[in-house]
Design a protein around this ligand. Sequence first.
Ligand SMILES: Nc1nc2c(c(=O)[nH]1)N[C@H]1C(S)=C(S)[C@@H](COP(=O)(O)OP(=O)(O)OC[C@H]3O[C@@H](n4cnc5c(=O)[nH]c(N)nc54)[C@H](O)[C@@H]3O)O[C@H]1N2
Ligand SMILES: Nc1nc2c(c(=O)[nH]1)N[C@H]1C(S)=C(S)[C@@H](COP(=O)(O)OP(=O)(O)OC[C@H]3O[C@@H](n4cnc5c(=O)[nH]c(N)nc54)[C@H](O)[C@@H]3O)O[C@H]1N2
Ligand SMILES: [Mo]
Length: 808
Amino acid sequence: MNKSLSLRRPMLPPHVPQRNTRERAMPKRKSIRIYSDPAGGWGALKATGEALALQGVAVSGAKTLLRMNQPEGFDCPGCAWPDAKHTSSFEFCENGAKAVAWEATAFRCTPDFFDAHSVSELTAWDDYDLEMAGRLTHPMAYDEASDRYRAIEWEDAFALIAKHLNGLDSPDQADFYTSGRASNEAAFLYQIFVREFGTNNFPDCSNMCHEATSVGLPESIGVGKGTVLLDDFEEADAIFIFGQNPGTNSPRMMSDLHSASRRGAKIVSFNPFRERALERFASPQNPMEMATLGFTQISSFLYQVRVGGDVAVLKGMMKAVIEADDAALADDAPRVLDIDFIESHTHGIDDLLADLRATSWDAILQQSGLSSADIHNAADIYMKARNVILVYGMGLTQHHRGTENVQQVANLALLRGNIGRPGAGVCPVRGHSNVQGNRTVGITEKPSAALIDGIERAFGFQAPAAHGHDVIATIESMMRGEAKVFMALGGNFAAAVPDWIRVQAAIRKLDLTVHIATKLNRSHLVHGKEALILPCLGRTEIDIQADGPQSITVEDSMSMVHASSGRNEPASPHLKSEPAIVAGIARATLGPHSHVDWEHLVASYDRIRDKIEIVYPIFQAYNERIRVPGGFHLASSARERVWATPTGRANFLVFKGLDEDPVQSDHDALWLTTMRSHDQYNTTLYSHSDRYRGVFGQRDVIFMNPRELKKRDLHPGERVDVFAVSTDGIERVIRSFKVVEYSLPDGCCGAYYPEANPLVALYAFDPKSRTPSYKSVPVKIARAAAVGPDSTHQAAIIGATGAHHASQ
Ligand SMILES: Nc1nc2c(c(=O)[nH]1)N[C@H]1C(S)=C(S)[C@@H](COP(=O)(O)OP(=O)(O)OC[C@H]3O[C@@H](n4cnc5c(=O)[nH]c(N)nc54)[C@H](O)[C@@H]3O)O[C@H]1N2
Ligand SMILES: Nc1nc2c(c(=O)[nH]1)N[C@H]1C(S)=C(S)[C@@H](COP(=O)(O)OP(=O)(O)OC[C@H]3O[C@@H](n4cnc5c(=O)[nH]c(N)nc54)[C@H](O)[C@@H]3O)O[C@H]1N2
Ligand SMILES: [Mo]
């Protein structure tokens, strides 16, 4: 980068649009109305056009979209669903297009923007308005005297980080967060830097996401990832979807479900919400459906399971399977259980059978909220299908016993040998586009002996072995006042975590916060005494290093690894790539005695990949294999029916009882689940609307069914305060949320993430995987004390709790 440029005068073309007032960025018309169209279809095309236009990228945006998921193009920065071999023709995806438009936006968040707005002022802005400020253009440092971020030279920023890190009493006083958009190359360099610095403190977005999978599946089947590939969807006879919303969160999966449904595969979904895309979908790829306004029914059956009722469904289905098997045995008919598979490949069936026989149907029906006929029908479909894929998402993992939930999915699959053969398997749908890859290349607070040895082999230093902090431990360390420095490779930690009002207060006590980011977000405003925002290239952008243009690599939900090459001009000439930023920080912090030649590695990412290959032999011939269109598949032992478990077999693991959330509640409490709207990417809002659920221009809503409303003498449109039932005596409340009447099972309600996160107590997490229980918060509802119809939800929450910006 050009060090001589004057950073006070941003060198950007004068025509670059800037949003300097929040009013301009908030086109909000509020309404609640039923959306009767199928998911996808013309509605999706229209929404895509609007998103591109809103970001001012209508023309270049369309060109950009054509390069997405193409052999020579970039990987979609949206979800982790694989693309048909990454060699296909263009596949339309509304939310993929929005993810790209938000990165390729014409708006710029420059030093002038920060000059015009103090941090205290920005703190009152809505999350949507913060990101609508546009792409960050310069490295910025917080200046306490003016309460503003000011431009800083890159080298000075690196030196500031080095000063703080090297001044700590122990490396364990620093925490290094990763959000799953970072490439394999960036994540790998980051973990090498942090380990050479001397800690394993790697809080990671997957701690809040699929950790239950990473902990649960290895105990069951020896790998912490899914066992299916895209081709398997073409051979499945039945697909079950638990707690996942593909139409919004992995829309390219809709193509696979659409064709599965059309060729007669049965799809059965379990979700408290009747998510539109699980019901019916019009494929924008299908000219006939588009021309005739037709659609395809997706789920043969969509069962509205109670929040926290999945384990009852899973155990109910398994109980029905073994009862059918008992009957078959009595009649001398073919067995329902796959006895050969169970005998030669599994362990623990007797304990499972005993537990299922001892579980009463009454309890199963009560906990699931479904009828006996429903569960038997689902079990019937399972038993009649030769090949079954079991899909799941956050509806399963984000519960107090999320790990054990996931293991029940594996149990159900194993009963009929539905793992390790074509058309069958378990399919956890990952979140961020490279969250799985980040884990594979070493983002973990618990390094294995193999990782430590690998680092020694590749770099010649001994990495620390003591386990470090995950997200929960990081927060605890902040709250105790031990943590001093927080660094984030992407993400929006301060908004994504549970109990964020209390966590944010702790973050403000840190000495230094550092965010490597593309867009301004809440976490940049919740800062330490000193703070840096370091702007990086996005995945859509050309990345040129000393040896020329570079590609990065990512791993999708199905363990396919492939290259991604940005093609757009960078949003600003002052941006650096994530690997270059990590290398800059590492060089400044570790000095000339570092075991790693940071500059040399960053000059060509092939060299980083060569090092990855030394640390992880599974990546053998990495550089050759990513040059093959479509990339390569990382071997999965479970797919080959090789079980890397202590028993050497696939284990049936018993879930005692039926309660996923055995925490203190109250007889008139509801279970609140928190989820994503159709127009958000985690904490990034694309708008305030949620088209398929019929909510427009607002997010401070709570979905309740008519019976629960009546019980409380409440009416649609009224405002309520929502109180968490807590056991630690701390009041957790979100105020003035609007009631939306919705079809939901009794005893449940729903609200959006991250607005509802202040209700999620820090102690409410799965003790095995430590995933927060975001999908099961016991709450009580009361008519709102003070009604502020037009106050933004965040201002309402912050005002209600008095958690103001520290310097106000
Ligand atoms: N466009 C877009 N794409 C995304 C994301 C995004 O925010 N926007 N986020 C990415 C990330 S990080 C992730 S992890 C994934 C998340 O993708 P999903 O797993 O789909 O996440 P959620 O929307 O949180 O919740 C999923 C579904 O669970 C249901 N649900 C809630 N509670 C329960 C329950 O107790 N049981 C059952 N069976 N269902 C329940 C909700 O109604 C919802 O339909 O998507 C990734 N892709
Ligand atoms: N209540 C509740 N809370 C939840 C969840 C829930 O379902 N309910 N879900 C949880 C889940 S599954 C997850 S994964 C977490 C998500 O938590 P995070 O991953 O921490 O959050 P994101 O909102 O995805 O982060 C968005 C920010 O990432 C930055 N960014 C975007 N692209 C890039 C890039 O290419 N490079 C870099 N360096 N930065 C970039 C931008 O600045 C943007 O503002 O939230 C969790 N929190
Ligand atoms: Mo996630």
